[in-house]
Design a protein around this ligand. Sequence first.
Ligand SMILES: CCCCCCCC(=O)SCCNC(=O)CCNC(=O)[C@H](O)C(C)(C)COP(=O)(O)OP(=O)(O)OC[C@H]1O[C@@H](n2cnc3c(N)ncnc32)[C@H](O)[C@@H]1OP(=O)(O)O
Length: 235
Amino acid sequence: MHTSFTGPPAADTHPTPATAEELERHKAAITRLGNELRALVEAAVRTAATPDTLHRVAEGVRHVTGQLTGRRRARADIPEVDEFPAGTRIYSPVTGAGSPLAPPLRVTPTDDGLIGHCTLGIAHEGPPGYGHGGMSAMLLDELMGRACAAAGAPGLTISLQMRYHRPVPLETPLRILARVTGTDHRKSFVTGSITTEADPATDLVTAEGVFVAPDPRRVRALFPGLTADGDPAGG
Ligand SMILES: CCCCCCCC(=O)SCCNC(=O)CCNC(=O)[C@H](O)C(C)(C)COP(=O)(O)OP(=O)(O)OC[C@H]1O[C@@H](n2cnc3c(N)ncnc32)[C@H](O)[C@@H]1OP(=O)(O)O
């Protein structure tokens, strides 16, 4: 089910929607490519291969990239497989199964918010052996934003205050929590935290954020790929 930003009616018409089966097939293919790309990224930042090998691999990757640059979506298009803003974002750099940048974070609801699970790899490294502080902010920003959407008030971050208590270990299952603690008109106040799965009582990172549901008059301009009912306008 879609949770929509409210906005003025869309002028454009819907293309013929894909069947549920076609969408699932497409998602599975995107996910498979995402898995291979994440493995490639991890291999690329870990390898001790010789320069000759790196040049040879780079040539192969260039050839592969050329196979994907024919038919492309425009910058603001929302992929047909997505449920914006509350559900699947298949190319999200945080949760997207199709993104080589995403750990990816797997999100499920809790009694009072959302919980996310992921493991950071060396591609996400800041201090040697530990996660980059920007990655922690990205994980929390995303989950806290999703908590707003899950609570029925999707919005954009206007403020995110991070506290880094202890370094976040790489290659270690992590647990991320987010919860809306209050609202004031279009603003939602949200807290979040990162711990390891093994020691959920010890906060590594905590955050406080404020998210604003955009003025309905601005939604269409901000998200031209969104139609009046909140569905993507096309894939
Ligand atoms: C499900 C998806 C999960 C995704 C999670 C990821 C979250 C993100 O990364 S979002 C990307 C980062 N954030 C952004 O790019 C947001 C940039 N900001 C904006 O575009 C606009 O400020 C926007 C659209 C949020 C609000 O604009 P608009 O609808 O015109 O609201 P506006 O009337 O100006 O402000 C509403 C209230 O918020 C306050 N406010 C707005 N922006 C800010 C700000 N930057 N700092 C502090 N207060 C602000 C205003 O003072 C006002 O408060 P009050 O009602 O008390 O007077």
